[in-house]
Design a protein around this ligand. Structure first.
Ligand SMILES: Cc1ncc(COP(=O)(O)O)c(C=O)c1O
Length: 587
């Protein structure tokens, strides 16, 4: 038996009052009985009671969205560690309303307002409000997509959705889709929990294809393992090729598949456009082949990965050119379109992602440009028969000859996540998505213009898919740097020195932006700017929130300038670098 109290928040939590018997601070005893436990698993006797909880919950969510406070909440990480420091697992039951109260005060209040229109720093942004309600349906049904016995209609919805995405990417004739939309023998693609698992799926498919059963004494890499596979086929190693802008999930896949992180070879990109440099890629390949000769065994080029929307810069590789490389190497061609895939719904999106239909597999994320909540990935197979490389069965769950989706997925239990993008495509429609992307593009172009027209900011990439890299450069340094860059080879050291100083300044600026907490952009360090190969700190803005307005972008940049100028004027913040810099030149 236990005595519970409401949080001492009488005045504040008005919405909670409907759940309190008297609206006053009081204690409530809950008895931990089998009867009470059973009740938790069935709907309340009256729908009113259920709706009352529901309303309260929705109110809490609504309040979170209305709250005008800072983006990240003022709570420090230390304080959070103090709030959530109970090492004892709860023993006695608590009233739902009390736990909701805790969630409201301890969790919701201190969550990041990623939907705030001034939050333009990450791929996670605003979602349509109806997603919250759709999530409720998915959770209520609690389907398990692994097999038909626990996911009936939802398995068919999943296949329909995958068919739409496959058609969007591969454009096969409608006859093909009519025939295969519900073809249960194979899969046009897999729904995964995120982009990481979608990439992992594609690369494990690539590996299975690279080392298939030979019909004699080798039973395929999935059964025999990589060591035996290399030995059997006479290779010294298996590698995956991707650009230096490739997402680290490709590396994770390398570690899990046994080729190691070092088996993922990152090849240089063109500065500013961030597209893989095909000439340098061939040089990378030649270098590997030279090493092969020296060691007396060839390398298996297992996969070439193209990126359609890189994480840091939003740029798109020349997907057609890369397809040729993959073809010449006899490698699986995977396209990581986790970020950019959704942009196929945008006017002009197809030409931006030209060549995407040449990918043997393509991964996309619904929680990125399909405006769905976190998280859901998709891995599509150009040749649906390829799904057979992933095929597995088990006597107790996904039996041979069954029609279970789980036969092809790396994951086991999966939620009915595709309900959200499936319904969103209906509610928003292709036309609606075009409008949303029109806005995102307008914001992108506005932000670019603002940066380019402003002598204190420098654009650091060529934005394509709503990701803009830029940095703050004080007047005094800008003129100097531009001058030195007229003859970069003669001023290598000075340019590096000024860049380092600007790097420090932008790191500091980013800290100040975080502290101020009225807007948010992210930060990264890339080598592929016009100062290549120098590592350059850039700020990163992503303009996909439909609630962000052009005037807000001007405000954000103005705020950066004020903060940047303040740091620059207070130069001792940058003393170390400045000291080195002064040794080289006089300012
Ligand atoms: C290009 C790219 N690929 C893969 C991923 C991984 O996706 P997720 O975070 O959904 O696992 C991301 C995530 O940002 C990405 O940008």
């Amino acid at each position: 038996m236990v005595y519970m109290t409401f949080a001492e928040e009488k005045g504040k939590a008005k919405k909670m009052d409907s759940l309190r018997r008297d609206g006053l601070l009081h204690a409530k005893r809950i008895e931990s009985t089998p009867e009470y436990m059973r009740k938790l698993f069935i709907m309340p006797n009256s729908s009113d009671r259920f709706v009352e909880f529901g309303e309260h919950l929705l109110d809490m969510i609504h309040d979170f969205f209305q709250d005008k406070g800072g983006i990240h909440s003022e709570v420090s990480l230390k304080e959070l560690a103090r709030i959530f420091n109970n090492i004892d697992m709860p023993k006695e039951p608590k009233l739902i309303r009390d736990v909701l109260d805790e969630i409201k005060n301890g969790v919701i209040r201190h969550s990041v307002k990623v939907a705030n229109p001034y939050y333009i720093g990450h791929m996670t942004s605003a979602i349509p409000y109806f997603m919250i309600l759709l999530e409720m349906i998915a959770v209520s049904l609690n389907q398990n997509q692994v097999k038909i016995e626990s996911a009936k209609a939802s398995s068919f919805v999943e296949r329909e959705f995958i068919c739409w995405m496959h058609r969007l990417v591969y454009h096969n004739p409608s006859q093909f889709y009519k025939k295969n939309i519900q073809n249960q023998r194979i899969a046009l693609g897999n729904i995964t929990s995120d982009g990481t698992i979608a990439n992992m799926t594609a690369l494990s498919l690539a590996m299975a294809k690279a080392f298939p059963p030979d019909g004699a004494n080798f039973d395929g890499v999935r059964n025999e393992g990589l060591h035996r596979a290399l030995e059997h086929f006479g290779f010294r190693q298996a590698v995956v090729l991707v650009s230096k802008r490739g997402h680290y999930s490709i590396c994770k896949a390398g570690t899990l598949l046994g080729i190691g992180a070092k088996g993922v070879v990152f090849s240089p990109v063109h500065p500013y456009t961030n597209k893989i440099d095909i000439e340098k890629l061939w040089q990378t390949i030649e270098k590997i082949k030279k090493e092969d000769k020296r060691l007396g065994k060839p390398t298996k080029f297992m996969a070439v990965v193209g990126v359609a929307g890189t994480t840091e810069t939003g740029n798109v590789d020349d997907l057609g050119d890369l397809a040729e490389v993959a073809h010449e190497l006899g490698a699986h061609y995977h396209i990581d379109a986790a970020w950019g895939g959704g942009a196929l719904l945008m006017e002009g999106g197809r030409s931006l992602l030209k060549g995407i239909s040449r990918g043997d597999s393509v991964s996309l994320d619904a929680h990125k440009l399909l405006y769905s909540p976190n998280s859901m990935g998709i891995c599509l197979f150009k040749d649906m028969e390829d799904s057979r490389y992933l095929y597995h069965t088990s006597n107790y769950i996904i039996r041979k000859g069954s029609v279970d989706q789980g036969r092809f997925t790396l994951e086991g239990s999966r939620p009915f996540a595709c309900l959200k993008p499936w319904a969103a495509l209906k509610i928003i429609g292709r036309q609606g998505f075009e409008l949303i992307f029109d806005h995102a593009r307008e914001l992108q172009n506005t932000f670019m213009d603002l940066i380019q027209q402003d002598p204190e900011f420098e654009l650091m990439n060529q934005p394509e898919l709503f990701i803009i890299n830029y940095r703050f450069v004080p007047h005094e340094l800008r003129g100097e740097l531009d001058h030195l860059m007229l003859e970069p080879k003669q001023h290598v050291e000075k340019i590096t020195m000024i860049n380092n100083l600007i790097n420090d300044l932008n790191v500091e600026l980013h800290k100040k932006i975080r502290e101020r907490d009225t807007s948010f952009v992210s930060r990264t360090r890339i080598e592929s700017t016009r100062y290549a190969p120098r590592k350059t700190v850039v700020l990163r803005a992503i303009t996909v929130n439909p609630n962000t307005e052009k005037r807000m972008l001007a405000q954000i940049l103005e705020e950066h300038r004020t903060l940047g100028d303040r740091i620059w004027q207070n130069k001792n913040l940058l003393q170390k670098t400045l000291h080195m810099y002064k040794r080289l030149m006089v300012i």
